[in-house]
Design a protein around this ligand. Sequence first.
Ligand SMILES: NC(=O)c1ccc[n+]([C@@H]2O[C@H](COP(=O)([O-])OP(=O)(O)OC[C@H]3O[C@@H](n4cnc5c(N)ncnc54)[C@H](O)[C@@H]3O)[C@@H](O)[C@H]2O)c1
Ligand SMILES: [Zn+2]
Length: 339
Amino acid sequence: MGKSKSQGGSHSLEDSANNGVLPKSKKDDDISSLTEGLNSVSIGANAGSDDVPDAIKCVADLISSNKYKNIVVLSGAGISCNAGIPDFRTEGTGLYDNLQKYNLPYPEAVFDLSFYKNNPDPFVQLASELWPGLKHSPTVTHSFIALLEKKGLLLRNYTQNIDMLDVLAGVSEDKMIECHGHFRTASCTKCSRTFDGEECKHVIVEEKKVPKCKHCGGYVKPDIVFFGESLPTRFHKFVKHDTMNADLLIVMGTSLMVGPVNMIPEMVRRKIPRILFNRELVGTFKKPNGMNTRRKSYDTSAQRDIFHGGDCDESIKSLCALLGWEDELNELNASTRLD
Ligand SMILES: NC(=O)c1ccc[n+]([C@@H]2O[C@H](COP(=O)([O-])OP(=O)(O)OC[C@H]3O[C@@H](n4cnc5c(N)ncnc54)[C@H](O)[C@@H]3O)[C@@H](O)[C@H]2O)c1
Ligand SMILES: [Zn+2]
């Protein structure tokens, strides 16, 4: 697909990088309506932890209030950077800045279906280097998502990642929506017939070749969603239900530039708090401006978004320390390390 062109409405993977996430008018309307009806959240229990940023104290108080038991998590490539998998868009280290060796006409071509059908080599080379489960271990952020599930607080985990680290961290399959697919299964790009996932892995990782369909000779690829392809049925099956029923949204490590997943923060109910742990402010998230420093309270009736900028693993470690989950988090993470 084109770099920023919508393909088939909300049903196919779409890179909105050059368009902005939303048209301006809609964005403005949404922001002004985000402020209705939220209660003020007091930072009572955590007021003493002066070295911890207020936004993290606020999130700790929300979670420990026992009011939020249907948390939806939405994550992207940023949560896997500390596992050694580059994201797309971070300047310098992101994949888009490091694809020169593949000689691509434009960086997104590596994940473009029509490009793959003509020249599958760049993707196959990249996939042989990044194939999940071989050398990358879950980060503490992945373990945190698993911990939310263990504590009965996770409604669903929407990941845009194709690295399967959430599953390796222990998040159950019924809690997972792998919005952009995964490497476990494969199919033919010409006749759509399924191809054995293990065989696909062997051909790509061991033989460093392009797998070919046994029926029509077309190029086979793992069932990850390329630009121009539909998202998995499971995404469409759950997204309405989950956004209607979420009572808290936690977004981590994503630029929110790829649709339709980047609409999830707009789809959750207007009254629920939205938390963003990311290096930068993205999408329609707003910096918290509701902090009342004198009363040490975070007034979410003025602003429902809570943003903490920085490394998400560091944010999660601080948060878990405040929640008293630190040991559990570390044990869980240690038990899933590959080394
Ligand atoms: N690990 C993976 O599976 C992987 C890797 C690269 C790309 N992708 C694909 O990227 C596409 C979507 O883009 P995206 O939004 O996920 O990634 P992106 O590269 O567009 O954005 C990553 C975001 O994470 C932030 N970030 C980077 N490191 C961080 C850290 N340590 N802590 C907190 N924030 C951090 C960046 O500032 C940026 O905003 C998806 O289609 C996905 O399939 C996946
Ligand atoms: Zn075929």
